[in-house]
Design a protein around this ligand. Structure first.
Ligand code: COA
Length: 328
C-alpha cells in the first residue's frame, strides 16, 4: 500500500458574521422553516459582506489555525485553495492568499472540484509531500457561494452558505495521517449541478446560462446516496479496514437527509458522523474542514481517532480519504 509521509498538524476555520436564517429566506421566496428543516436539516447559513471575498475567508481560516496551534506558515512551500467561487478568474485565490500571508517561497494554485474540493486537495497535498516534492502544504477550502446563488430559486437558495476551513500538512514519516483513498468522476452527470461560465452547452446539451447555481436536486440526491456508500467501502477496502474501524465519518455537509440515508445504507451510526450544515448550510469545499474543526473544538475528535472523510458533488466528482487524526 502507498505509504504516506504527510501529517496534518493544525486546523482552523472561519465563517462570516452575517447570518441568513430560514425565517429570512421566507421573506425572499415562498418557503418556510419547517419545510427547509424537514427536507435538509439546515437552520441558517452565513453570508460574506459585500467587501469580503473567498481569499478573505481563506486568510481568516489560516490566521485561526496559526493562532490556535502556534504555527508559522512562513516556510510553507505549497498553497492549495479548493474553491469554486474564486475572487477573480485570474489570479488564483491561492496566489492572493500567498500575498496576504506574506509567504515568500511557495507555489500556489486553486483546485476546483466543487463540493469534493477539500478531499481532492488533501489527496493532492499528501501526494506532493509523500513524493518528496513539498515539505509543508496549506490546504484551504473556502467559498462565497452566496455570490452564485439565485435568491429567486427556492429549491437552491435554501441550501448554500459561505465559510472556510484550513489545514496544515507537514512531512512526517513516523506519524503519517493518510491511510487510504479513493477518487472518482462522472462528468456525464454534470448538468445535475452546475454554475455556467463561458458556455451554454454541456455534454452536447443546451443548459441554463445565468452564472448561478442550477440543480436537479432529486438527481444529485439519488447519485450521492448510491455513489458515496460504495466509495466509502472502497476507501476502507484499500486500507484492509472495515466500517467498525471508523471513529468518525465526515461526509460533505449537503443535506442531513442525504447523510442519514448514506449512514443507513452503510449501516453506520449517525451519532458518529460530524456535519456542519445545521448552522452553516452547504459551504461546498469548506463543509468538511468546518465539520472537522467543529468536532475538534467540541472535544469529540481526539488524537488517534480514525476518520473517514467523503466529499461529493458538482462534477459529478467524489473523493474519500481514511485518515489518522494526529494533530499536536
Ligand atoms: C433540494 C431538495 C431539498 C428538494 O427536495 P425534494 O424533495 O427533492 O423536492 P422537489 O425538488 O422534488 O420538489 C418537491 C416540491 O417542493 C417544492 N419546493 C422546492 N423547494 C422548496 C422550498 N424551499 N420550500 C417549499 N417548497 C419547495 C417544489 O416546488 C415541489 O413542489 P411541487 O410538487 O408543487 O412541484 C432535495 O432534492 C435535495 O436536497 N437534493 C440534494 C441537493 C444537494 O444537496 N445538492 C448539493 C450536493 S453537493
Amino acid at each position: 500500500m502507498f505509504q504516506s509521509k504527510a501529517r496534518i498538524t493544525a486546523i482552523g476555520s472561519y465563517v462570516p458574521e452575517r447570518t441568513l436564517t430560514n425565517t429570512d429566506l421566507e421573506k425572499l421566496v415562498e418557503t418556510d422553516d419547517e419545510w427547509i428543516v424537514q427536507r435538509t436539516g439546515i437552520k441558517e447559513r452565513r453570508m460574506a459582506r459585500e467587501d469580503e471575498f473567498t481569499s478573505d475567508l481563506a486568510y481568516q481560516a489560516v490566521r485561526n489555525l496559526m493562532e490556535r496551534y502556534d504555527k508559522s506558515v512562513d516556510d510553507v512551500d505549497l498553497i492549495i485553495v479548493c474553491t469554486m467561487t474564486p475572487d477573480f478568474k485570474t489570479p488564483s485565490v491561492a496566489s492572493t492568499l500567498q500575498a496576504k500571508l506574506g509567504i515568500k517561497n511557495t507555489g500556489a494554485f486553486d483546485l476546483n472540484t466543487a463540493c469534493s474540493g477539500f478531499t481532492y486537495g488533501l489527496y493532492v497535498a499528501n501526494g506532493m509531500i509523500t513524493s518528496g516534492l513539498n515539505k509543508k502544504v496549506l490546504v484551504v477550502g473556502s467559498e462565497t457561494l452566496s455570490r452564485i446563488t439565485d435568491y429567486t430559486d427556492r429549491a437552491t437558495c435554501i441550501l448554500f452558505g459561505d465559510g472556510a476551513g484550513a489545514v496544515l500538512l507537514e512531512y512526517d514519516e513516523q506519524q503519517p495521517s493518510f491511510i487510504s483513498s479513493h477518487i472518482g468522476s462522472e462528468g456525464e452527470g454534470g448538468k445535475s449541478l452546475y454554475c455556467s461560465n463561458l458556455s451554454n452547452m454541456m455534454n452536447g446539451e443546451e443548459i441554463v446560462d445565468n452564472g448561478k447555481f442550477v440543480q436537479n436536486g432529486r438527481a444529485v440526491y439519488k447519485w450521492a446516496v448510491t455513489t458515496v456508500p460504495k466509495g466509502m467501502k472502497t476507501v476502507l477496502q484499500n486500507a484492509s479496514m472495515e466500517l467498525k474501524d471508523v471513529d468518525w465519518f465526515v461526509p460533505h455537509s449537503a443535506n442531513l437527509r442525504m447523510i442519514e440515508s448514506i449512514c443507513e445504507k452503510s449501516d453506520f451510526p449517525l451519532e458518529q458522523t460530524l456535519y456542519s450544515l445545521v448552522n452553516f448550510g452547504n459551504t461546498s469545499a469548506a463543509t468538511i474542514p468546518l465539520s472537522l474543526d467543529q468536532g475538534v473544538r467540541e472535544g469529540k475528535v481526539k488524537n488517534g481517532d480514525k476518520i473517514l472523510l467523503y466529499g461529493f458533488g458538482g462534477g459529478l466528482a467524489h473523493a474519500g480519504l481514511f485518515i489518522n487524526w494526529t494533530v499536536e
